[in-house]
Design a protein around this ligand. Structure first.
Ligand code: SOE
Length: 381
């Protein structure tokens, strides 16, 4: 695993726990943690359960005793590391957004295609697909339980940048992160709503805004949060993104991603209205899915609140009795499980690098549209 901050911690927890709760066809062994600061990486490896430490990823990706490379670094490093690992015949899991540009994402797809012959598998970490209520929503749409998808409403709202004095970090630097709220969290709702509907966004009209152009430079950081330093630096990414979109099946969508919405901590929500019903989900109540079925007589109709903790709900059988609930980290565990099963079963995991490229194309179309005062922009052009 390369990187050991927020995502590295989440992935480590997943690799540790997955074989203890799920019957996996292969046992993951947590071999090497890679970080440039040897002392910090050594401390992290001890805490997170990695056997060895390396300071240069190049020395790791070709080692014979490495089968899978898990990339948890900022976006500007993804393409190079993923391509090198795939060339060496390793399986790759890469954090979202897959890359910082469409060109990088295309190169990653090409590397994954070339490596397929050697049996190497490549997957993007859109972990929210593995929240049981989200996976159930996808099943219900596929079963026709809301009919033809007509309207998608999705939001990803956070507030960790709502304070104008919140310090700079790599996530606010376009060269390192690619974009701001758009790629960091907008990418999740693009992927998630495509996953649930089984459709693709074909065109967008978008608007990006940066409200706070300068922030204190970061002083110290523990990988999760940072304190302000003494200087000030420029923010080069968006604080918020909003866009409307058209879906491949003829439906419409309204999406919003922001890191400056006071009071909203990790409110990733979607509501999907079809010709015969609606589904609604909010990550802040992640064990619940709401379903409105229009075939129920209006007099006793209304949204049904499904507590997604039954053993026949996706992923739940491996966990706790009904009603005991799962949390943020379980999505990462399910991701590890699905990847290991794909590797052992010899099939491609989802989301693939091609799926990651498509999300990148949607993000790029939103950026182009925003530059062109919101002109409708086809995805992929
Ligand atoms: C920060 O906005 C962040 O950590 C994202 O990068 C993650 O993808 C999201 O799951 C939580 O918020």
């Amino acid at each position: 695993m390369i990187g050991y901050a927020f995502m590295g911690r989440a992935h480590s927890q997943a690799w540790r726990v997955a074989p203890r709760f799920f019957d996996l066809p292969l046992e993951p062994r947590m071999g090497l943690l890679v970080g440039r600061n040897e002392a910090a990486a050594t401390a992290a490896a001890g805490r997170l359960g990695w056997a060895e430490v390396e300071t240069d990823w190049r020395r790791v990706v070709e080692r014979d005793d490495v089968d899978l490379v898990d990339i948890c670094t900022p976006g500007d490093t993804h393409a190079e590391i993923a391509a090198a690992a795939l060339r060496a015949g390793k399986h790759v899991l890469v954090e979202k957004p897959m890359a910082n540009s469409v060109a990088e994402a295309e190169a990653m797809v090409a590397a994954a295609e070339d490596a397929r012959g050697s049996g190497a598998r490549a997957m993007v970490g859109f972990t929210y697909r593995r929240v049981p209520a989200v996976a159930l929503a996808r099943q219900l749409v596929a079963e026709g339980r809301i009919g033809q998808v007509r309207q998608v409403r999705a939001q990803y709202l956070q507030d960790w940048l709502a304070d104008d004095e919140a310090p700079l970090s790599w996530r606010l630097d376009k060269d390192r992160a690619g974009s701001g709220a758009l790629g960091d969290i907008g990418a999740h709702i693009v992927d998630l709503t495509e996953f649930v509907t089984g459709e693709r966004y074909v065109g967008v009209s978008g608007m990006l805004e940066t409200f706070v152009h300068e922030r204190p430079t970061a002083g110290s950081s523990d990988g999760l949060s940072s304190t302000a330093g003494t200087g000030r630096g420029r923010v080069t990414v968006d604080d918020a993104a909003a866009f409307t979109a058209r879906l491949s099946g003829g439906g419409t969508a309204v999406l919003e991603a922001t890191r400056v919405a006071w009071g909203r901590k990790n409110a990733m929500r979607f509501e999907i209205s079809g010709s015969t019903g609606t589904l609604a989900f909010d990550f802040e109540e992640m064990n619940i899915l709401h379903h409105y079925d229009a075939s129920t007589p209006a007099c006793d109709g209304g949204f049904r609140r499904i507590l997604v903790t039954e053993s026949d709900h996706p992923y739940i059988a491996a966990w706790w009795p009904p009603g005991h609930g799962l949390g943020y980290e379980h999505g990462f565990t399910h991701q590890a499980v699905d990847l290991v099963e794909a590797i052992a079963g010899g099939h491609d995991p989802a989301p693939s690098f091609a799926d990651g490229l498509h999300v990148q194309q949607v993000l790029a179309a939103v950026e182009r549209s925003s530059t062109a005062q919101g002109a409708f922009t086809a995805v992929g052009d």
